[in-house]
Structure formats: structure tokens, C-alpha cells
Design a protein. Structure first.
Length: 230
């Protein structure tokens, strides 16, 4: 995807709510597609739109040798360098929404450090089919994350890197690299790249209509207008 197309898509979806995008999908006869499971929830209330960058991890199938704690320290270093690697982090472009299929394994693939590194490189948020850890720090750092659950466990002996930039299944939705991902307090929705312009058109119409109708109610009740109705 060219830089100009990325910027255009991000601009088209700027300010749209998940609910608006859901409506835009319905108006394009995509009723059964796009909305991730309601079990994929945010760590905190925020709104993010980005371009899908996908990655997949699988359950680790090897054995864990019996070793001393000091030997285990060396083994963990080997594991991160050879088994559960993060090669996709170096590929991140500004505006990416990182979509991770970690096979539902109970482990915190993303935590306070690696998520911050991706954020520094331009990632706008993460959505994970699995767990996330270090959640207090993630909230403090204001790094947007949507995940199926919170996990205390590290990845060694649990996950291995498989592939990047491929179709993945997260929250019951197939996500392709380059799809548009919108997430907020209502969850996560994915718009296929080929339909992004038409969906945005009707989603924007629904948002504008909602603002007009709610603004009338604000005015009738004497409420000060906020950004959601302007």
C-alpha cells in the first residue's frame, strides 16, 4: 500500500466510532462480517483507527528441559532469540494497527516493554487473540490494547513465532494486511481494504446524522455542546 493511500484511508476513518463503521458495513450488505467477538475488550476507553499489520504465533510444541534457575535464565534468552521472536516490530509503519493471532494461548505475548517499542515506531494500537500482561503499565503509558483476556505468564515454553503479513483470525474475523481496523469502547471492527471507501461514506453519514439529532436534544435541555455533537 502506498503512503498516500494509507494516509487517505486513515483520514477517511478519523473520528468514526465502531458503531458508525458497523452501520457502514450494514449499508454495504456486510451484516455478518467485520465485528470481532465481544470478548475482545479494551484495557481502557479510547478510540483508534489504523491499517492492519498482521502476525501469527502458535503453541510451543517442544519440551522444557529440567534445569537450574541460572540455566533457565540462559534458556529464556535463547528462547526469545530463536523461538518466540518479534521480527514484525522492525516493519512497523506510522498508522499501523497490530493484529496478533496467538492461538488463544494463555500467555502475555505483549507487555509493557515490547508494546512501547512498537508504539514508538508508529503503531496506533494492538488487538490480540490471546492475552496481554503488565496491564497497569500499559494503561499508564496509554498504549491502546484490545485482547481476549489478561495473562500473567511469559511466553517461554508456551508460544512460538510463525508468520507475519498473512491473513489471521482474531475475534472470529479474518484480517488481511492492509484492512482498516477501528476500535473503541464498543470493541473492534475490521473493514476489508477493497470496501473501505464505500463503508466510510455511509459510516460518516450515520455519524453526522447522530450528531445533528443529539445536538437538538442538547439544545432542548440547555446542555453545553461538546465535541460529540459539534
Amino acid at each position: 500500500m502506498s503512503k498516500s493511500e494509507r494516509e487517505e484511508l486513515l483520514k477517511l476513518y478519523e473520528g468514526l466510532r465502531v458503531a458508525d463503521v458497523r452501520d457502514g458495513m450494514d449499508w454495504n450488505m456486510m451484516h455478518g462480517y467485520g465485528s470481532m467477538s465481544y470478548e475482545i475488550r479494551p484495557l481502557f476507553r479510547t478510540r483508534v483507527v489504523g491499517i492492519a499489520r498482521t502476525v501469527r504465533y502458535l503453541p510451543y510444541e517442544g519440551s522444557i528441559p529440567k534445569m537450574s534457575p541460572d540455566e533457565y535464565t540462559e534458556w529464556v534468552s535463547w528462547y526469545y532469540n530463536n523461538v518466540c521472536t518479534y521480527p514484525w516490530i522492525e516493519d512497523i509503519q506510522p498508522g499501523d494497527f497490530i493484529v496478533i493471532d496467538q492461538s488463544g494461548v494463555n500467555a502475555g505475548l505483549m507487555g509493557s516493554h515490547n508494546s512501547l517499542e512498537g508504539f514508538r515506531r508508529g503503531a496506533r494500537g494492538y488487538v490480540i487473540e490471546g492475552g496481554v500482561r503488565d496491564t497497569d503499565e500499559l494503561i499508564l503509558q496509554k498504549i491502546p490494547v484490545w485482547s481476549r483476556f489478561i495473562s500473567q505468564a511469559m511466553v517461554q515454553g508456551r508460544l512460538r513465532y510463525d508468520a507475519k503479513d498473512i491473513p489471521v483470525s482474531v475475534g472470529g474475523v479474518i484480517v488481511h494486511p492492509g484492512d482498516v481496523v477501528v476500535a473503541d469502547g464498543d470493541g473492534v471492527i475490521v473493514v476489508p481494504r477493497k470496501m473501505a471507501y464505500e463503508v466510510a461514506k455511509y459510516a460518516r453519514r450515520e455519524l453526522n446524522n447522530d450528531k445533528i439529532q443529539r445536538r437538538k436534544l442538547y439544545e432542548a435541555m440547555g446542555w453545553e455542546l461538546d465535541d460529540t455533537v459539534k
